[in-house]
Ligand binder design. Structure first.
Ligand SMILES: [Zn+2]
Length: 98
């Protein structure tokens, strides 16, 4: 277990590469009728686009822990102010078998 041990690309059975050796976690932060979006730097994957905070999940993290860590790193938000309403996991994308 190490911080940032999830960073890396995975070759997926769908034919694409995805970021996150242990999967990824993201968080949609909603307040009233507003959603918090971030503008990605031009030099990152999907750069110069808008998205929700998120990224690669470390091996020791739950999905919520990974999503909260990413939200702190990317927005500086105090996650004590957040209340998870819904957790959704998808196994649609799987590592390509070699
Ligand atoms: Zn995929």
């Amino acid at each position: 277990m190490a911080a940032r041990d999830g960073d890396g690309w995975v070759e997926c059975a769908c034919g694409n590469k995805h970021w996150g050796l242990n999967g990824a976690a993201g968080i949609m932060i909603v307040r009233g009728h507003e959603i918090l979006l971030q503008h990605r730097a031009p030099w990152v994957h999907n750069g110069d686009t808008w998205g929700i905070p998120g990224g690669a999940r470390d091996s020791h993290e739950t999905t919520i822990e990974g999503a909260f860590r990413e939200a702190i790193e990317e927005t500086g938000i105090d996650t004590d102010l957040l209340t998870p309403l819904l957790k959704r996991a998808s196994a649609r994308h799987r590592r390509k078998q070699r």
